[in-house]
Design a protein around this ligand. Structure first.
Ligand SMILES: [Zn+2]
Length: 388
């Protein structure tokens, strides 16, 4: 989750999310092409061996297309899907270039907010992903992405929006809650979380965005929250890693770069050894700290949300490759960090599917299997996700 604080503007009626490429339609295109070739062969060849050979080749071609379609329908778990207001990142529509080609720089922190907003209003690329301009359109476009890519999403946002998404797509939404600031662990909040859990409306705590307030995970103010999560055996996702570049000057004045370190979690893990926790954004870019934590604490998982569409692709792949080659591939989970840009979902999936150092089994682990194990999905749930 990226947290910024711009003044909210009135919405307009236009709706301009960049159309995502569809793997499924790609497979249909293959089948269509095969049919054309078949028709042409039939017209030009009068029976005999040549025609039979042609038919065999076409059947192989069509089978490839079908396999691609089936691959594109294999389920995905998005551990980091947000249900937020369309103006939560600034006045819509906002355009983002993905991945960033250059990280924004400025000679004056004072003027940086204007420069950042200008970047989102005039994105410096030919193919920006635009946000919708109303909450209704954002929800429709986001849920359409879940359907198209067969995604089951751990959905966090304000409670009323999590409810709205859950009502609209109960089979695709895993209910979470977006929580930030020190107030998340005050008695009233703890009581509310317990009630939500008891009512079956809270399956994951998070995303916890306390880093934006400069609160380290091992800050004693968060202790009641860790105790509750451990007691209820609720998974927790906590933001440790990147927000928008320069976010300390975009309203999150407590944000500190040193809190990108996964090691900030260590004392919490020692105090709560049964805690099920995953690091959102994988602690980028503090790789050595992350690897040390993963080595020392086998219960820690991570998602690769946002870094898979925001970072220049070579940097994301290099980071992911180091994690996998160090032996921690079974703890990496896919996440989109979809906020107000549904078009980032296909880009973030492609960043995993296109990683040249991953084999197909490793990609399936990252896109589904690792999260299913972390969330302790039942065999029935996994079978349902696979359409069985
Ligand atoms: Zn986040």
């Amino acid at each position: 989750m990226i947290q910024v604080a711009f003044n909210q503007a009135n919405h307009s009626d236009s709706f301009s999310v960049a159309a995502p490429p569809s793997l499924q339609s790609c497979a249909c295109w293959l089948r269509y092409t095969a049919q054309l070739i078949y028709a042409k062969l039939r017209a030009e060849i009068a029976g005999g061996f040549t025609m039979r050979l042609g038919i065999v080749l076409i059947m192989i071609f069509m089978a490839d297309g079908l396999a691609l379609a089936q691959e594109s329908r294999l389920p995905i778990i998005d551990m980091h899907f947000h249900t937020v207001a369309v103006d939560s990142q600034g006045p819509p529509p906002l355009g983002l270039c993905s991945p960033f080609r250059e990280i924004p720089s400025s000679v004056s922190a004072e003027s940086y907010p204007d420069q950042w907003l200008s970047l989102l209003k005039n994105p410096p690329c030919d193919d920006p992903v635009w946000s919708p301009t109303s909450d209704r359109e954002l929800m429709a476009a986001s849920l359409a992405m879940l359907d198209e890519y067969n995604i089951f999403g751990v959905a966090s946002g304000p409670e009323h929006l999590v409810r709205a998404y859950e009502d609209a797509a109960p089979d695709r939404i895993i209910q979470a809650l977006l929580l930030g600031g020190s107030a998340v662990a005050e008695p009233q909040s703890i009581d509310s979380l317990r009630i939500l859990h008891d009512e079956g409306r809270l399956e994951v705590i998070g995303e916890l965005t306390t880093q934006y307030a400069g609160i380290s995970p091992d800050d004693e103010r968060l202790e009641p929250l860790w105790a509750l999560a451990e007691e209820l055996d609720l998974p927790v996702g906590i933001h440790i890693g990147t927000g928008p570049p320069g976010v300390a000057y975009l309203g999150a004045s407590g944000y500190r770069a040193r809190l990108h370190s996964a090691l900030t979690l260590e004392e919490v893990l020692i105090r709560h050894p049964s805690l099920r926790i995953y690091i959102s954004h994988a602690g980028w870019p503090m790789l050595e700290d992350l690897l040390a934590l993963l080595w020392a604490h086998p219960q820690v998982y991570m998602d690769v949300a946002a870094i898979n569409w925001a970072l220049p692709t070579p940097e994301f792949h290099s980071y992911l490759q180091r994690i996998v080659e160090a032996g921690f591939g079974s703890r990496v989970m896919y996440g989109s960090d979809q906020m107000v840009w549904p078009g980032m979902i296909p880009k973030s999936i492609a960043a995993v599917r296109d990683a040249p150092f991953l084999d197909e089994a490793q990609k399936r682990d990252i896109l589904y299997n690792n999260a299913a194990r972390f969330l302790r999905l039942s065999e029935e749930e996994i079978a349902t996700h696979h359409g069985k």
